[in-house]
Design a protein around this ligand. Structure first.
Ligand code: SF4
Length: 574
């Protein structure tokens, strides 16, 4: 609605004109009360406008109609600020009786992890359901209902939940009341320091604004049950058994993924690796659901991958995918389906696993306890880090780390994952420390920096892609800031940070293709060097592989001498 002053002046002139032409009307209006100024007959004491009372009254009425119209339009367009401040009601009621019938939604990891965790939680009596991948539609939904200025993973994950509930309501025709009553969302959270600390509030805000007020969101702390953020004091029993099931599921998922990424680029029969992954996931899921041993299920994983035949004598660039945790882990639109794109472009992906993240969390616990014991306290002040408590804490962290490595090692051995070494957190911290203080948290902390230096020193990958979500605070500081210096000091590393906004895949793909060109050249040169060093021709190498059937099996992976897998196979043959 235009509030143009010239229009108002025109209106006023027209009214004056009308008034001049109808003196009787003017008088009637004045007698009828007019603008509210005291008036006697046709004499007005004036309202200070210099206009007659009828004119002033008409103007006032028009102005008031305009104001009402403007307000109505602003309300219609959602431009009227709500004076009532939003507060998070934080509904958490989830009783033990509801455990079996309330559907617990979760998701956000890889396909293998989500499917396995679903079965793991069901084995504990929860009616768990993994959400489908977060796609671009989820991102748009998140942006529609989320606060401004959030990071991309927030929009993707929050939007994915809202999108799912909207589908339940609009497509499956489940009433909103039933959706709110019979479903809840469970996720991991933290107290910060980046936007990860606000995820839970974001979920609730978006759920309210999208028509699901009161939908329950329960956050488990990634640091363990003692720090649970809310809701878990109810029917989600975060006891040792719960965490053991979750960790076993995560490790099994990690091993299946590692086997998949090692083999898909080299498979002889297209689709054989995906079939083995599917069979492996089913084996682990069934073990959880039927209460059978996960160790036996891991043996089934090995048997599933043993069927895949590979030809590793193809020099391919090995590309590490690092960066923000969710963005580097997801296999959906959140990173432009990066892993599949790299494989289609002829690369082998070196992925980061979730067990490594768990080891980092354990490392931070232990490190923080040590640091806290150095703090000077006021006289007589006692805190939880006094006395034997720090040593106990460090011991528990150490034991937790050891147990995790032991279980992972056992699963890996049974699953047929040979030669994989879990990252050494102390080493990564020491490598990164000069460039990024170990005390800084948020995102991957110092890990991204440490991994790049480690790659340079150990020749682990031909290229590193750091996935940096749009709006991510820690990633921006690391990928755009600190890594510039690291890349300058280690120029042998092909480091490529890509920002994922969710809607510019073509830009990201084209930058990756350019960097891959150089990485591919390195892989080929390295392969030729290996042939030269061993005196083999490619035909002779192929003959030797054919002569030893185990070398074309997916479970066989060459030891690390140089970066490329094909070159390493040649060194093993030579
Ligand atoms: S690390 Fe970055 S992308 Fe991830 S939650 Fe924090 S701010 Fe968001």
């Amino acid at each position: 609605m235009s509030r143009n002053p010239s229009n108002a002046a025109e209106r006023r002139a027209r009214i004056d004109e009308n008034t001049k032409q109808s003196p009787d009307k003017h008088r009637e209006a004045a007698v009828g009360g007019g603008c509210g100024c005291a008036s006697v007959g046709s004499q007005s004491t004036g309202c200070g406008t210099g206009l007659g009372p009828a004119t002033a009254s008409a103007l006032e009425r028009i102005e008031s109609e305009l104001r009402a119209f403007e307000l109505a339009e602003r309300q219609r367009l959602g431009l009227v600020p709500d004076p009532a401040h939003w507060s998070d009601a934080n509904p958490q009621d989830f009783s033990a009786e509801e455990r079996g019938k309330t559907q617990l939604l979760f998701g956000g990891l890889t396909a293998a992890h989500d499917a396995i965790l679903e079965a793991g939680l069901q084995s504990l009596g929860y009616n768990a359901k993994a959400l489908p991948y977060a796609d671009v539609e989820a991102l748009q939904t998140g942006k529609e209902f989320g606060n401004r200025g959030q990071c991309n993973p927030t929009y993707f994950t929050v939007g994915n939940l809202v999108k799912h509930l909207v589908k339940m309501r609009d497509v499956d025709k489940i009433s909103t009341d039933d959706i709110i009553r019979n479903n809840a969302f469970v996720t991991f959270g933290a107290c910060g320091p980046c936007r990860f600390g606000t995820y839970v509030t974001e979920y609730r805000k978006a759920l309210r604004d999208s028509g699901f007020p009161g939908f329950r969101v329960m956050a488990l702390s990634q640091e363990g049950p003692q720090d649970d953020i809310g809701g878990t004091a109810t029917a989600i029993d975060t006891n040792l058994q719960f965490y053991v099931v979750v960790l076993k599921g995560l490790m099994a998922g990690d091993i299946i993924n590692l086997l998949g990424y090692r083999n898909r680029p080299y498979e002889i029969e297209a689709g054989a690796t995906d079939a083995a992954i599917k069979e492996s996931i089913e084996a682990v899921r069934n073990a959880f659901l039927e209460g059978r041993s996960i160790l036996r299920a891991m043996s089934q994983v090995r048997r599933a991958f043993a069927k895949v035949k590979v030809n590793r004598l193809q020099p391919k660039p090995k590309v590490a995918i690092i960066g923000e945790f969710w963005a580097m882990t997801t296999e959906g639109d959140g990173n432009y389906r990066l892993q599949r794109f790299l494989e289609e472009e002829g690369a082998e992906c070196d992925i980061q696993i979730i067990t490594a993240w768990a080891l980092y969390i354990i490392w931070t616990l232990s490190y923080d306890i040590r640091e806290s014991t150095m703090l000077r306290r006021r006289k007589g002040e006692i805190d939880r880090f006094e006395g034997l408590a720090p040593r106990r804490g460090i011991l528990f962290a150490w034991l937790g780390g050891r147990a995790m490595k032991l279980v992972f090692g056992t699963f890996a051995k049974l699953g047929g994952l040979k030669g994989y070494k879990l990252p050494n957190m102390k080493e990564i911290a020491a490598l990164a420390h000069e460039y990024y203080p170990n005390q800084l948290r948020g995102g991957e902390g110092h890990m991204e920096v440490g991994k790049v230096i480690q790659t340079a020193k150990k020749k682990k990958d031909h290229m590193i892609i750091s996935v940096k979500p749009f709006g991510c605070m820690p990633s921006s500081g690391v990928s755009d800031g600190v890594q510039s210096l690291v890349s300058a000091r280690f120029p042998e590393v092909e480091f490529l940070p890509i920002e994922t906004t969710g809607d510019s895949a073509v830009n990201a793909y084209s930058r990756i293709q350019m960097a891959l060109f150089r990485a591919r050249a390195k892989a080929h040169a390295e392969f030729q060097d290996a042939l030269k060093a061993t005196g083999l021709t490619i035909e002779e190498a192929a003959r030797r592989v054919e002569g030893k059937s185990s070398l074309s099996q997916a479970l066989n992976y060459p030891g690390h001498k140089v970066t490329g897998t094909a070159a390493n196979v040649v060194y093993e043959l030579g």
